[in-house]
Structure formats: structure tokens, C-alpha cells
Design a protein around this ligand. Sequence first.
Ligand code: PEP
Ligand code: MG
Length: 575
Amino acid sequence: MEIRKGIPVSAGYAIAHALVLGDEQYSIPRKIVNDAEVAGEVERLRHAKAAAAEQMRAQVARMPRRIAAVTGKILESHIAMLGDQELHRELEEDIRRNKHSAEYAVTRILNHKIKLLAETPFAQRFMEDFRAIEDALLRQLTGERREDGTKLRQKAVIVAKALTPAQTAMLDRGNVLGLITETGGRTSHTAIVASSLGIPAVVGVEEIASDVTTGDLLVLDGSTGTVITDPDEATLKRYQAMERNFQVMGQRLSRELRDLPAVTKDGTRVSIFANIEMPDEIPAALDHGAEGIGLYRTEFLFHKSSPTEKDHLEAYRKAVSLLGKRPLIIRTLDLGADKMPADGLPREENPFLGTRAVRLCFERPEVFKTQLRALLKVAEMGNVSVMIPMISSIDEIFKVREIVEQVRAELRREGETTSRRVPLGIMIEVPSAAITADQIAPHVDFFSVGTNDLIAYTIAVDRTNERVAALYQPAHPAILRLLQTVIEAGMRHGRDVSVCGEMSSDLTYTLLLLGMGLRTFSVVPPQIPEIKKVIRSVTLAEAKEVAAKAVALGDAIKTTEYLRGETRKILPDAV
Ligand code: PEP
Ligand code: MG
């Protein structure tokens, strides 16, 4: 038995065999065939292409709709690539002219393309496509199967060095019981997706992908960041009991609280919204008791090539139809940095400080306008607000408004009705915006504090880098001051302030945020019942006292410990 510690990013327990997703490449030796074998190799290639395409089609057909909406398109483009005549001609020529075996021709030609693309600044996605095609063909030609986690035959805990947003999205969610990665931080994408879906996860576990082998029995505790390999009998029994208890408690709390309001004992009403990445997550969010959607991240629409207005509209309409009159805050694209890369942009040395999110929208107005057209149209159908990420100064808000008005005029010229006044809010996730929140407030309808980025930018700590994860402290006095500044600015100007970063999903900070004056939480759906429970267990005066003491401690570690202690008085096992 071996016990390791990582960064806990999604609570819960998983006990299952490991499935290690390797990042090793097929190694295909150079093989020359004789003249008589050439026709056979060409035939093998043809057969492999047909079989790979067939397998992908079957995969698309089997996918749950919510996943097919995004990943189905990727697979369809791969199927089209497999049928590409030009590619076939190149491969066949390599077999016929150089007498290469089919697998060697595949690996040689495709790797050559990948290498060329590697020198092109914005070709990351095309490289990934060619890798996927190479992988699919070699799998057919060699008969080897490498797991990618998209279709598991049994339940497993996924172990990987790193998981990209695309990989995480494509995981077989019904069978993935837990996630463990070597890289990542509390607010990395794997962490956010895992906690949204209620999958226990631990990131930043050193060497785990090389030390663990597929089939090893693992215990994962997503609340403490503990990963146990090869547990002994007593440990196994203890964790099995803890897992059962966790599930029973969670279900009970969810049932008890789903339809009750988040209101303090002395009657202060708080709103709890959910964060989502795809409209299909809405039913589960409502089931957990969400009153609406406080953050719809739209990056997944950009998963493949640039989405059309119709792609946007379909997704947003679906969200509106699932929510009815409930509020829906749709965030405009936040591509770049830790998110999906933006097509057609040169590589940047510091993407977190570069052409990200709204900055990209100004550089590529046609991409932004396509999204805005869909947003203005859908705003006529439901309770929709638009939220702009990465705002760092007032000028950007004016610029956004100007573009919104251009789009509105364009739509009107086309005969569309766009009469509804669409509330326009901003994410406060750059320190400059937090510090000047009082100046910005009159120009926007609401603020939503993105603590994931705000903490990273304020403390100068990469949110996805496990090596500096210890410095990533939501309770850092600087963060508390900024939060206080933003909440007070919102109050003074009558603007709603929410926190949609992961800090508001962490129960440790519920009392603090409530006591500081926050009245809207936007959180990962599985956390809603417990957050409600905490809010319903105190008076506002009690929460204020806790917040004042926590802030006065002036030290992230002491503050966190104190807040945990206070939270445990309400929910003994929660933090
Ligand atoms: C944030 O930065 O806190 C946030 C909610 O946005 P994202 O995690 O998508 O960057
Ligand atoms: Mg952010």
C-alpha cells in the first residue's frame, strides 16, 4: 500500500481499478515490402481507412447527445479526413514508390505533416487532427488498442500525466469514477469539469502516471487529495464506508434542500446559481436546486472550427428552453490562455497576459459579432444576460457596447426584433478592474467575480501549475480586500455582485462571502445543497462576525483554518 498526496479539486471518493492514459506514441519500424506485396499493402491501407471511419461513425452513434453535440463534430471531421482523396494519393504513392508497409507509410506521411504544422504558429488543432487520424489508422493496421478513455468497458479511475480540455470532455462519463493527474491546479479545466460533474478528482500527484499501472486498485479521496495504491483490507473497508456515507449524505441533503430557498435564519435571501459549460448540464443543475445559470462558459462551442451563428443559437436556445424564465448569464468567448486556443493567432510568450477573451474579440470582431448576433436573438426568448470576461478598464466596456449596438442595428436592418434591453455585465477577474470597481459600476449592469483568474493575477501564480499551487490562496489578505472593494462598489451603485470562480463553490468560504455582503453565488452544481445548508444555518449577524474575524487574521493559512473550523460546526465532514 502506498499513500500519496495531491491537490484535492473535486470532493468525493472513488475506489476502482486504474486506467492509465498513456501519451506514448506508436513506434513503427521502417519496413520495406517486396514488389509482390505492394498491392496487398495498398489494400490493407484502404481497409484500415474504411474500418477506422466505420468505428468513428459507430462511436458518434453511441455517444450521449450532450457529448455528441461537441465531440461528434470532431469525429465527423476526422471521418472526412480519412476519406480525403489527396491524403490517400500521398499514402498510396509512398507504398508504391518507396515499397513501404502500410503502417510505415501512415506514420511517415502523417508525421511529416505534423512536423510541418509544428512550425506554423496557429496549427495546433490541425496537428491534433492528424495525430488522431494516425492513431486510428495504426490501431487498425497493427491491431493494437490504446485506451483513450472515451469508451470504457468497465468503471475505472483515470490516471494521466495531464488531461486537455478536449480529453476531459470526451471521457466516458458513465464509467469514469475519478480522475488523477500529475499536472494542474485547483482551477484548471480538469478540476472545473470534474467538480461540475461530481466526479472526485485529485491533481498534481507527482509521477502517478508512471508509477501506477492499468489495473492497479486505487482509492481516491477528492476531499483531502489522498491517493492510495494497492490499499490493504482495513483501508479499503474504511474508505468503502466513507464513500457510502458521502453518497447517502449528499442525496439526503439534495432531497431535503432542493426546493428550499437559500435564506439566513434571520431572513436574508441569497441567490444560488450554477456554472455550466454546456446546456445539457442544466437539468442536473436544476435538480441540485440552482435558481438559474450564473456562468455559461461558451468556449466549448469553439471546440472545433469557428462556430457559426446557427451553432451559437442552437446551444443558447436549448439553454433557454431548459430554463424557462429563470436567469441565464451567458459569458462571451474566453479563448486563449488555459482555455481553447484561438484559431489563426500567432503564438504568444505569455498567453495569460496576451490576446485573451475580450481582447481577442476586439482583434477578431467578426468572431465576436457572430456570437453577439446569436446572443441578441436569444435574448428575445428568455431571461438572458450577457457577460464579458477579462475586462481590465472602462474603455473596453465602451468598446463592447459600441460593437453590441452595431450588431443590433445590423439585425434590425435585416428585419429582426431586438427590442429587449439585454443586461450587460462583466467578469471581475483582473486586479485593475477590481480596484476600480466603483468607477466601472455605473457603466455595467452587474459584476461577477472570477476568482480563478483574479487570484492568479493578483498573487502572480499560474492557476494551472501544480508547482506553485501552494501559493494559490483564496484567503490571501489581498484577495479579501479586492472582494470587499468589489462587493461594496456593487452595493453603492445598486449593481448585483456574484462570485462565479471556484472560491464560491468551496464551502470553506461560504460564511466569509456571505458575511462580506455577497448575495449571489454561482457555483458548480453538486455543491449547491451544502452551500444552502450553511447559509440556512446562520444569521447574517453571525456570518458578519465570522467574516470580520477571518479578515482581521490577515493571514491566508490562519484565515482558512479559522473558516474551516466555523464551517465544521455546521457541516462536520464538509471541509
Ligand atoms: C474565473 O476566472 O474565476 C472564472 C469563473 O472564469 P474561468 O475559470 O472560466 O476563467
Ligand atoms: Mg476567468
